[in-house]
Design a binder for this molecule. Sequence first.
Ligand SMILES: [Zn+2]
Length: 217
Amino acid sequence: MSVEIIKEEFDWARPLEPLDLSKVTGIAFHHMAHPTAGMQTIHKWHLDRGWAGFAYNYWIDFYGSIFEGRGLNKGAGLYDPLNRTVLSIGFQGDYDNSEIIPEAQLIAGIKLVVYLKQLIPAIKTVNGHNYWQNDTSCPGRYFPLERIIETSAKIERIKDFDNIAGWAEDSAIKVIEKGIMIGDDQGFFNPAMPCTRQELAVVVSRLLELIEQARRI
Ligand SMILES: [Zn+2]
């Protein structure tokens, strides 16, 4: 999975502690419980708590840009010692109150999960903050947890996903998520192969079925 990760500069209160990646086995999703706060505002909040600063390893804004916060250093999104074994991904927004997540932010979340699982094969469990610790509503009752977990797992099962051109990646994720195109029975998407009329008929019929379902709701 190719992802562009933008490095955000922070003035840390103290040096960060590099993670032992062989021990990193999980990912936790967080929301900001605030409708608009950006990374530097959150950094100030976290400094005020006496932390080294911005707590999350990675952060995704409403436009789907992925930022490095603490990166592969120990985060502070959970209670210790969990931060040694679980990476925290923060999502801009308040998903206790906002029912809709921007599509670009959702797709970036899926891509970052697939990327991190390729980078760190020991990662087995991907879930919300309140899976790891049940004293919070984070990442919010409307956070699309199942969509991110299930779709990233589907993408991981496509053996040649990395051969898909960058310009088509987001579209491929959408059609795979919706089951419109699911790859062949060997697990290949065959991104550059031509499509036959019978394959096109299957794709269009799945799309029609989805439209019918949406109409019934
Ligand atoms: Zn959280």
